[in-house]
Design a protein around this ligand. Structure first.
Ligand code: GSH
Length: 231
């Protein structure tokens, strides 16, 4: 049976914007595993209730149900050891943990402040009240106040990207010569933005742009072919 992934979608079925689901889609492609990405909305908690929680990604592989992108990466490496690894050994996994936390604490907050107005507009109508209420409670302010001035937010993002920029100036991927799960963690944030927002996060001459381009074209252009803005 083909692997199935519950994948966050917007108003349009083909608007797939979850950064965490993108990590998993890139991971599946890296391992050469075919999958079906099922559209899921924030308020469709019943569809994933079997996983015991309310967030995607949730992956179904035969009778195994695995949730949470990091746990899914571990599962895929364990279940398919003969295929290209997501973590080239325990040390690579240990280093990727730092990337995971950097993405969660620095990168995602910087990206979402840039894309919030368009992200909200892209949501399915039935998700909008839930999203507004849950995020405004989380941020302690309205979505509009959270978004604030876009130029300022883009400048903040540019600064947050400095460690990534300095790294991909020296090597093609965070994984070195080949992409690794650390790349997919960071790349997911760029697919999040591209799916919903026409604003370029980085200039075309930024080394981050070239790194992102390599990942967009990887795996037969999985990410490039996904619906999104030409940024
Ligand atoms: N740590 C989790 C985070 C997953 C997550 O935040 N998923 C979001 C979509 S990107 C979600 O499903 N949110 C549901 C909600 O807010 O109710 C992972 O890496 O998989």
């Amino acid at each position: 049976m083909t692997i199935q992934l519950y994948d966050l979608a917007g108003q349009d079925d083909d608007c797939r914007f979850s950064p965490h689901c993108w990590r998993v889609k890139m991971a599946l492609a890296h391992k050469g595993l075919a999958f079906e990405a099922l559209p899921w909305r924030f308020t469709e908690k019943d569809a994933i209730a079997e996983s015991g929680q309310g967030q995607v990604p949730v992956l179904r592989d035969g009778d195994r149900l695995v949730h949470e992108s990091w746990q899914i990466a571990d599962y895929l490496d364990e279940a398919y050891p003969e295929r290209p690894p997501l973590f080239e050994g325990p040390q690579a996994r240990a280093h990727a943990l730092m990337i995971r936390h950097w993405a969660q604490r620095s990168l995602h907050p910087a990206v979402v402040q840039v894309i919030m107005p368009e992200l909200f507009e892209a949501l399915h109508e039935k998700d909008k009240p839930y999203f507004r209420e849950s995020r405004e409670a989380l941020f302690g302010k309205t979505l509009e106040a959270f978004a604030g001035d876009r130029d300022e937010k883009l400048a903040n993002l540019g600064k947050a990207l400095a460690p990534l920029r300095d790294t991909v100036k020296l090597q093609p991927y965070l994984g070195g010569e080949a992409p690794s799960f650390a790349d997919f963690i960071v790349f997911g944030a760029f697919q999040w933005a591209r799916a919903v927002c026409p604003v370029a996060l980085v200039a075309e001459d930024d080394p981050v742009h070239a790194w992102r381009g390599r990942l967009m074209e990887a795996y037969d252009g999985l990410a490039a072919k996904a619906k999104g803005f030409p940024v």
